[in-house]
Design a binder for this molecule. Structure first.
Ligand SMILES: Nc1ncnc2c1ncn2[C@@H]1O[C@H](COP(=O)(O)OP(=O)(O)OP(=O)(O)O)[C@@H](O)[C@H]1O
Length: 273
């Protein structure tokens, strides 16, 4: 569970509130400089907000954007470090996971591929047996195959343990198959927070003639010289002049990011400050 209320850090985070239930796999998306890393640092306790508060349940493991590995260390030495630093460390889990991935324990970290380094960082975080795993852009600099492998093996671990996860990324398509909760951060504000299936089912994309009102709550849109396409929230009024289709997660995120004043947030009463 993550409960954040009214988080403020200068202009980097401005009144950010979210409430995410236990066991969710959260996609935290937003453009460069949106505040994702800042938000994650507050969630894991590395930064103290000027205003607001955050609560998380249980043990938290964090994998920072610049993977916290030592190039000169062998993989086995990274595990020893993990064991010494963490009381809840599960060494046999770490060794089995790395063996399953074919990553040799005697290899120096600096000699591993980017994908293997990401897997070692993830294994060290998982071996801490966290209740909440927080990953800041774990897929950055990985090729598509390695991205897929990291996400697939992460999902295996989630299915085994039921832990909550937050993953930040610029690339929505990397997260679409694995995450079930979406947070969109834009210019230091939480623009969207909610269950992904619910968000997708309550939004529609409508295309119709210019000048025609969609008779629905419009999030944002685009136009050509003949037509307009708008993302709407809630059921549109039936009108044959509009072509209505379901939205993809990408459509939804892009439409909100293009309209920074629009928001899709649940009511947050009951959040403790
Ligand atoms: N230590 C700091 N002190 C002051 N401002 C900072 C600091 N770190 C980052 N910022 C600024 O805060 C804003 C948010 O940065 P942050 O790194 O949280 O964004 P992000 O969404 O993670 O970006 P990216 O996707 O590029 O990693 C940016 O404008 C950044 O320049």
């Amino acid at each position: 569970m993550i409960e954040a209320s009214g988080l403020k850090i200068g202009g980097r985070l401005r009144d950010c509130s979210v409430r995410v239930p236990d066991g969710r796999v959260v996609a935290l998306v937003g453009p460069n400089g949106a505040g994702k890393t800042t938000f994650l640092h507050v969630v894991v306790g590395l930064l103290t907000p000027e205003r607001g508060a955050v609560r998380t349940a249980g043990e938290v493991a964090f994998v920072a954007q610049d993977k916290p590995l030592y190039d000169g260390f062998r993989v086995a030495e990274m595990l020893t470090l993990g064991r010494r630093l963490n009381t809840r460390w599960d060494d046999s889990y770490a060794r089995e996971r790395l063996a399953g991935l074919g990553i040799p324990l005697d290899r120096k970290v600096g000699r591993l591929s980017g994908g293997q380094q990401a897997q070692v960082a993830l294994t060290i975080a998982l071996a801490r047996r966290p209740d909440l795993l927080v990953l800041d852009e774990p897929l950055a600099n990985l090729d598509p195959l390695a991205r897929h492998e990291v996400m697939r093996s992460l999902m295996g671990a989630v299915a085994e343990t039921g832990m909550s996860v937050v993953i930040s990324s610029h690339v929505v398509s990397d997260l679409v198959d694995t995450c079930d909760w979406l947070i969109v951060l834009n210019e230091g504000r939480v623009q969207v927070s909610g269950d992904i299936d619910e968000l997708l089912s309550e939004h529609r994309m409508m295309t119709g003639p210019l000048g025609l009102s969609p008779n629905a709550h419009v999030v944002g849109g685009s136009r050509t010289d003949k037509e307009q396409t708008v993302l709407v929230r809630g059921a549109p009024v039936a009108d044959p002049r509009w072509r209505v289709r379901a939205v993809s997660l990408d459509d939804l995120v892009m439409a909100y990011l293009r309209s920074p004043e629009a928001a899709a947030l649940p009511r947050l009463e009951g959040v403790r400050t």
